[in-house]
Design a protein around this ligand. Structure first.
Ligand code: SF4
Length: 379
């Protein structure tokens, strides 16, 4: 469920999000539109249950919790929840205090993901974030006080503001977890085209961390979190046993998902075929279409089984546990191991980039930072 409004646009962000003053956010209108879209889509999906809901954005913690709760209630009324349903809301420190965290929990949210990003004042300012380090720590504490499961997002490899060493990245990750967290997502800063950082980079005016520093920060963050009992279970995600994000796990395992809201992406399967859709990107256009009961998709793509298998390879290899290629292929009714793919696997095993156990493939720990390239060799 995509909520597209933020208080400001961060210079590295390529998500569909629009800087909007708090008082101009159409809290009730957006909820009405999402509920209308839900009912339109639900007609073809009878009998499904809700395993997880993820309110992402944008900044869902800006949304009036009563309106977010109204959408959640409608989702759960259409698709009854499984007993341990996981319901996550992404939050930014600039819009999360204890009252807001408790209101989200009262609305039915049971997991809060807080965009901390850094605990250094200069790096936060370089990243265009509206909060300062004490504000980030207060937001995490407020989230924990609400009784929800809490995760924090961090960005490492930041060279603007105060250039970050690998040790500093590890120290920031450790300090956040020491507040009592059981889950962290830590991403290297990526420069995306079409963003403010992308433009500055093109003009040679953005300080960028060298690859070796990003790799040593990746290892140092992993070690700091491992020392605190948080295991890397996906390239960029760490959790204490049992605290993994079930929503993200299901995505990486190739489960289907309904996407709701402007710019939301959904993937729905019918047997071995699947359809992926992306909703209109402009919030006003999306709301108009949804409220008229019209189709909200801007793009629709049919996914054949071989394309879906390539996605399962790409996503499954992100997991530390890897994935079972024979099982994935059998779910999709395709041959998992044609001669080319078999040769590519043998080559990767010889290079010690890939480990094979029966039909389960996983990226070797020392090659984890090369995951995307390894997956591409298996396409
Ligand atoms: S708060 Fe998040 S979604 Fe909004 S602009 Fe910043 S990075 Fe993008």
């Amino acid at each position: 469920m995509h909520f597209p409004y933020c208080l400001a646009k961060c210079p590295y962000c390529d998500f569909t999000s629009f800087a909007t003053p708090r008082e101009e956010i159409p809290h009730a209108g957006y909820a009405d539109a999402v509920i209308a879209e839900l009912h339109r889509r639900a007609a073809g999906l009878a009998g499904r249950q809700t395993a997880t809901v993820f309110f992402g954005g944008g900044t869902p913690s800006l949304w009036d919790p009563a309106e977010l709760g109204r959408v959640l209630a409608a989702i759960l009324a259409r698709f009854p929840p499984v007993p341990d349903v996981e319901i996550t809301a992404e939050c930014n420190p600039s819009s999360l205090d204890e009252a807001r965290a408790r209101a989200l929990v009262a609305a039915g949210v049971n997991r809060l993901s807080v965009g901390v990003q850094s605990l250094d004042r200069q790096r936060l300012s370089f990243l265009g974030r509206l909060h300062d380090p004490p504000g980030a720590l207060r937001a995490v504490e407020a989230a924990l006080a609400s009784g929800a499961r809490v995760s924090a997002d961090l960005i490492f490899g930041v060279q603007g503001g105060a250039p970050q060493s690998a040790e500093a990245a590890a120290d920031e990750a450790g300090r956040v977890v020491d507040l009592g967290l059981s889950h962290v997502s830590a991403y290297g800063l990526t420069i995306e085209p079409g963003t403010r950082f992308g433009d500055l980079h093109r003009k040679g005016r953005l300080p960028v961390a060298p690859d070796e520093l990003i790799m040593s920060a990746f290892d140092a963050v992993g070690a700091a979190l491992a020392a605190r009992g948080l295991r890397r279970y996906e390239v960029s995600n760490y959790a204490k046993p049992g605290a993994e994000a079930r929503h993200n796990l299901r995505y990486w395992q190739g489960h289907e998902y309904l996407g709701l809201g402007c710019a939301a992406v959904g993937t729905l399967a019918a047997g071995i075929q699947a359809t992926r859709y992306k909703n209109a990107r402009d919030p006003r256009q999306y709301m108009r279409l949804a409220l008229e009961g019209a189709a909200t998709e801007a793009e629709v793509e049919a996914l054949d089984p071989e394309t879906r298998l390539r996605e399962r390879i790409m996503l499954g290899l992100r997991l530390t546990a890897g994935f079972d290629i024979a099982q994935a292929a059998s779910d999709l009714g395709v041959d998992p191991l044609g001669p080319d793919r078999r040769r590519a696997i043998d080559k990767l095993v010889r290079r010690r980039a890939l480990e094979v156990e029966g039909t389960r493939l996983r990226v070797a720990p020392e090659a984890r930072h090369l995951t995307d390239g390894i997956a591409a060799e298996l396409f």
